[in-house]
Design a binder for this molecule. Structure first.
Ligand code: HEC
Ligand code: HEC
Ligand code: HEC
Ligand code: HEC
Ligand code: HEC
Length: 395
């Protein structure tokens, strides 16, 4: 019988059909790739901001300016930091069936972006003093390195920088999107996870950063989501082989795209450059010579380059480097899963050295600089700057 079944062409077709069906099912079953918010509406929304005659309690850390009482836009039971900055001991909180990444918490380990709490426990230079924190930066009034053409240097300041919206980072960054939640409308219920190669809406962009491509750590381990844990479990940042010449006229590249401010080359460094342009742009013909990183992608530079490929020679050679979650490199194509090794297409990004929200070190750096970075010191091999400058610590 068995032999007959194997050779019977009808059975073979039936078998192949079943196989194809199972395969298709596996392909289209909602898996890790979709992480839209789930759970009963009332976990996150309140229809009247009231029950039993009193305001419904909002999420957020007690005593913090973002705790609030509502009502909030989109009928929500919290503001951005209300849900994402509960100030508790875990960096990932659960409401009903949804996990919520925490950007202000007391856990010793952080998510990839860091922890805004360092601005309180350390100093203002530990991070971005978003207005939601209620603590303007005591030193900086605006974004260092902002291109001052058409007053970009006074657009986003330490007293209007927000999580999202016109003067923020997440969502649509345009006047009519307002501040905060309206700029994200639809993103949470439409969130796309994993490999994000299209980035033409807030929900399918990397971490709701409109226009930014990347891989959101696709780990199957729920407690490792939103983190760069190690060489096998981490996000992948998108990088380019050259930064553009940023500006508003002539052959320069503008950041005003499709009714929002966006990273013009879809990279994470191009995103940071929408506010800190002079630290990223090539020095264009119309610029003063002190602006930008220099006029080409070869050494010598006048500012540390980003969006350039790390050359496969000298101390930078692939053979000398390993992938380090501490100093993550970007990649010139967005992979489907985390690449565990250094490659010849690795790119320096702003996030190779900086956290995005806040870190435990001055200048929002990922490691103790200058402290641990001693030329010829021989002590910090393979960490921090030495992840790429592999020979500079050699005694
Ligand atoms: C785990 C939290 C959570 C749950 C549960 C939740 N929502 Fe939302 N919802 C949000 C957040 C956050 C926003 C606002 C930000 C955004 O639009 O991305 C939102 C926005 C909305 C919006 C406006 C934007 C849009 O996507 O259309 C509607 C309508 C909405 N929710 C309806 C619902 C309904 C109905 C339910 C229950 C079936 C529900 N939500 C459950 C978090 C949640
Ligand atoms: C009612 C609670 C709630 C509020 C308010 C809320 N969020 Fe969220 N947010 C969530 C939940 C739940 C998730 C996780 C959804 C998921 O797994 O994709 C999330 C995920 C995110 C993510 C990660 C998306 C990703 O790709 O992994 C970002 C970024 C984010 N929110 C930003 C914001 C910002 C900015 C605001 C304010 C404008 C905000 N959220 C307001 C509940 C909320
Ligand atoms: C929407 C504009 C905006 C974007 C986008 C932006 N920044 Fe900033 N950044 C600012 C402003 C404003 C300040 C000064 C206020 C502050 O530090 O709180 C600042 C300060 C900083 C500082 C100095 C912190 C301190 O207090 O000394 C660093 C480092 C930094 N940004 C890095 C980055 C990186 C890396 C990115 C991309 C992941 C980025 N920024 C994206 C606006 C922005
Ligand atoms: C992710 C990799 C990476 C990290 C981390 C890194 N660098 Fe670099 N750095 C490079 C690359 C690539 C170049 C350009 C080399 C070239 O093309 O000649 C460079 C160039 C330099 C240069 C020389 C610029 C020139 O004109 O040639 C200095 C100085 C420098 N880096 C210092 C540092 C310091 C200090 C740190 C730590 C705060 C650091 N780098 C961290 C990759 C990195
Ligand atoms: C090689 C590591 C490295 C890279 C890559 C890097 N930075 Fe920095 N950044 C530093 C260090 C170190 C400082 C401290 C000041 C200094 O050494 O000039 C700093 C300081 C800053 C500051 C604070 C300046 C001030 O006036 O307080 C900002 C803002 C900043 N970086 C933004 C960026 C942005 C945006 C990018 C990407 C375009 C970037 N950085 C890429 C290492 C780096």
């Amino acid at each position: 019988m068995l032999k007959n079944q194997r050779t019977n062409p009808e059975k073979v077709v039936e078998f192949l059909g079943t196989f194809a069906l199972v395969f298709l099912l596996i392909l289209f079953l909602p898996g890790n790739s979709s992480a839209k918010v789930t759970g009963v509406c009332s976990n996150c929304h309140t229809m009247h901001n009231m029950q039993g005659g009193s305001a419904l309690s909002n999420y957020g850390a007690d005593g913090k300016p973002w705790k609030g009482t509502g009502p909030n836009p989109a009928l929500l039971r919290g503001t951005c930091l209300g849900c994402h900055g509960m100030g508790e001991a875990s960096k990932i909180k659960t409401i009903g069936s949804s996990q919520i990444p925490q950007v202000y918490h007391t856990d010793a380990a952080d998510l990839a972006s860091g922890n805004f709490r360092y601005i309180e426990t350390g100093a203002d230079d530990r991070g971005h003093n978003v207005v939601e924190l209620g603590n303007a930066d005591g030193v900086l009034d605006g974004a260092p390195g902002a291109i001052n053409q058409f007053s970009h240097d006074v657009c986003v300041t330490d007293s209007n920088l927000t999580c999202a919206g016109e003067n923020g980072c997440h969502g649509k960054r345009v006047l009519d999107a307002g501040g905060g939640l309206p700029a994200l409308k639809g993103a949470h219920h439409g969130n796309v996870d994993g490999q994000l190669n299209t980035a033409d809406s807030v929900s399918n962009s990397y971490r709701f950063l409109l226009g930014v491509k990347g891989l959101e750590n696709p780990t199957a381990v729920a407690t490792e989501k939103w983190q760069n844990v190690n060489a096998t479990s981490h996000n992948e940042y998108y990088g380019a082989t050259t930064p553009q010449v940023l500006g508003c006229s002539g052959g320069e590249t503008t950041c005003h795209i499709g009714g929002s401010v966006q990273s013009p080359n879809n990279t994470i460094s191009g995103f940071c450059a929408t506010c800190h342009g002079l630290f990223h742009t090539l020095t264009g013909a119309g610029m003063d010579s002190w602006e930008g990183i220099g006029s080409s992608t070869s050494s010598p530079f006048q500012r540390h380059p980003t969006d350039i490929v790390i050359k496969d020679s000298d101390e930078y050679a692939v053979a000398n480097r390993t992938y380090k979650a501490q100093a993550p490199v970007g990649r010139t194509t967005v992979p489907a899963s985390a690449i565990t090794t250094a490659t010849a297409n690795d790119v320096v990004t702003c996030l190779s050295c900086h956290a995005a929200h806040a870190s435990n070190y001055p200048d929002m750096l990922r490691w103790n600089y200058p402290g641990d970075m001693v030329a010829g010191g021989g002590g910090a091999d393979g960490t921090g700057c030495f992840t790429c400058h592999t020979e500079k610590d050699n005694p």
